[in-house]
Design a protein around this ligand. Structure first.
Ligand SMILES: [Zn+2]
Ligand SMILES: [Zn+2]
Length: 430
């Protein structure tokens, strides 16, 4: 048995808002440097993308893989086959597939429920089926499935239903997992009684292959080999296979964590938002955050045994903070990122396992920030209403406490009193 870092949720070039350069080669290469042993390939109900993907993937022992040339020689990235579908109520669901044939079978079943399955924007097909009907297809075809980013507004199942039992009807018991989404973690979602027996997945939902997106959230599984059937066993805790760790962003960094006005970005408590009937004095719509949504559906705190959930920051993000840059893809940030990878092989190694002397040898200035991150000296100006949160790294417990007070003050700011320019978040906590 071996540990595998796995991310199950990514899109292809045919979904809205995704990088048009997404391809198997790049996901395989960057997945390797990130430290994933199982990388995702998604949107596979889209035939042109499906054909492209399967012209490149190889399969042996029911493991799909792609061999890449890296700066360390030839390496292998294993893949999990998946897709995300949108139900008629706009909720999103993830389906995992054992093989090529099962994708084609699923495609046949949903074909008549989608206007143009192979259309240019239909990587994530919008089906005229509800969650229960989608679940039925998955159960009939023996596929692994569950809700995607279950708590986020617009597309999360819990944004539309107070219970998964209402959404999935008689197939509720057949849900194999729940994807937490970037704005939630196991600590928050653990309060929900009906999820007592449902494994939580932390997946990236990446729209590009860059390592600050791909694998920004991942799961560590204990498996015999990296294929679908082993993952299926692990989700059911069978024969010693198991999900042993979730790793992801602090939910405060997620785009929908806190309740905020979409226009002026003022923060609201749930009570105040209700009093205002979800309208900000600036006339903007107040968008309910995942934090408050979970409080609504799980007012009582319940605790069950779960794998540990480890909060992480992307290495490029840490380097960007140290360089006072907003852009993890900036040339100087990427250059330093490669300096670390050349020694450590993978980003996950750098973040979690490289010793302090080794980090210092590569780049003492950045090492300071990585060590501070490991010590949990990180504050977050929380995200909400579609804006990512912003991590702030401190170098002592005292500095962290001071930063927290500063953030709390800034969150109290009533931005609608100023003339809203739509870019007011730029001025926050520079
Ligand atoms: Zn989605
Ligand atoms: Zn407003």
């Amino acid at each position: 048995m071996q540990n595998y870092n796995a991310d199950f949720h990514i899109h292809g070039p045919y979904a809205g808002g995704t990088s048009k350069n997404l391809c198997v080669e790049k996901i395989a290469e960057m997945g390797f440097y990130k430290g994933l042993q199982i990388s995702p390939v998604g949107d596979l109900t889209h035939k042109p993308w499906f054909d492209d993907v399967f012209s490149k993937l190889q399969c042996e022992d029911e493991i799909y893989f792609y061999d890449i040339k890296t700066i360390f020689g030839e390496k292998r990235t294993n893949f999990i086959l998946s897709t995300e579908v949108q139900a008629k109520d706009r909720t999103h669901h993830i389906v995992l597939f054992p093989d090529k044939k099962s994708i084609l079978g699923f495609r046949e079943r949903i074909k008549s429920s989608c206007r143009n399955l192979d259309g240019p924007m239909n990587g994530r097909p919008w089906l005229s089926l509800n969650a229960e009907e989608i679940a039925k297809i998955c159960v009939d075809s023996d596929l692994t499935f569950g809700p995607a980013h279950a708590f986020t507004p617009y597309f999360g199942v819990y944004a539309h239903y107070d219970s998964l039992k209402i959404a999935y009807g008689k197939y509720f018991e057949d849900i194999d997992f729940l994807e937490l989404g970037l704005s939630a973690d196991s600590y928050l979602a653990n309060d929900i009684l009906e999820l007592k027996n449902t494994p939580f997945l932390s997946n990236s939902d990446a729209h590009s292959f860059w390592p600050h997106r791909l694998g920004r959230e991942f799961n560590t599984f204990q498996l015999n080999k990296p294929n679908y059937y082993e993952i299926e066993k692990a989700l059911g805790k069978k024969e010693g296979r198991d999900l042993i760790l979730n790793v992801g962003l602090n939910p405060k960094e997620g785009m929908y964590h806190k309740t905020r006005c979409k226009d002026c970005l003022t923060f609201y408590s749930l009570e105040d938002a209700v009093k205002l009937n979800w309208r900000c004095p600036c006339k903007g719509i107040i968008k309910k955050g995942v934090y408050d949504r979970i409080k609504e559906i799980a007012p009582k705190r319940e605790k069950y045994d779960r794998p540990e959930y480890k909060h992480i920051l992307a290495l490029a993000e840490i380097i960007a903070i140290a360089q006072n840059s907003d852009n993890p893809l900036a040339e100087k940030v990427q250059k330093i990122w490669w300096d670390f990878i050349k020694i450590a092989e993978t980003e996950i190694n750098v973040l979690l396992y490289l010793s302090e002397p080794q980090l210092n040898e590569i780049n003492p200035e950045i090492a300071k920030y990585i060590i501070a991150f490991r010590n949990d000296y990180v504050n977050y100006f929380p995200g909400g209403a579609g804006q990512y949160g912003k991590p702030i790294i401190a170098f002592s417990e005292l500095e962290k406490q001071k930063n927290e007070l500063k953030i709390e003050d800034q969150m109290k700011e009533k931005k609608y009193l100023q003339k809203s320019t739509g870019s007011s978040q730029r001025t926050l906590f520079a």
